[in-house]
Design a protein. Sequence first.
Length: 256
Amino acid sequence: MKLTKRNYFSKKANKEYMSVSQFKAFSKCPAAALAEIKGKYKRDVTTALLVGSYVDSYFEGTLEIFKKKNPEIFKKDGSLKADYTQANLIIQRILADKLFSEYLSGQKQVIMTGNICGVPVKIKIDSLHDDKIVDLKVMASLDNVYTDDNGFCPFFEAWEYDLQGAVYQEIVRQNTGKKLPFYLAAATKEKVTDIDIVHIPQDTLDLALDRFKRDIEAFDAMKKGIIKPDRCEKCEYCKTTKVLTVPTEADEYYLL
Ligand SMILES: [Zn+2]
């Protein structure tokens, strides 16, 4: 299957190729990830996610199409809801910065496919230059984030943007023969937007690629129905599909 902008997010493309977001979904809850691929479960599109897509689509040059596709971003009187008025301010802040704008000025939304550990992988790059890969991120803040596994860590590790960088770098290398550095172009949704261009070091990307390689075959086997996916029993999908068979002993609640 040849991937295009039109079919990149299609059910068929998601079945045939592993993506970074799919991989992350499998890491969280394999059962939910698989149900999503099969079209049996749909994650909620949150406003936070939609604000990010709004900014993305501006820099991709497809904001008008985005507005037509997402009428929920408008109020009844036809003006933008507050979150998207703020998204416009984020865009203005980005445009006002020379370095940020330059990093976003590469080839937009470049689709590539490759192969990691025998599994077909697809990527879509926000801004590809001859000498670097740049991904635009609109996020709550640039502060460190608390995670259950690692305590406080930098936002790019907490949100696993290192994993994205690692996979992008590897697939670009397979397609072009060049191993390019990876940068995050980050802008925040705070009252006053903060911006930064963050270079993710190579050893962080190497570790993240190892993590991807460690689990990709198992996740692919789940997609193919060879391995049964585990349930996390915590996510919305697991709650929705939970079937009670026996009562729970109260003791178990003390362990949670
Ligand atoms: Zn789950």
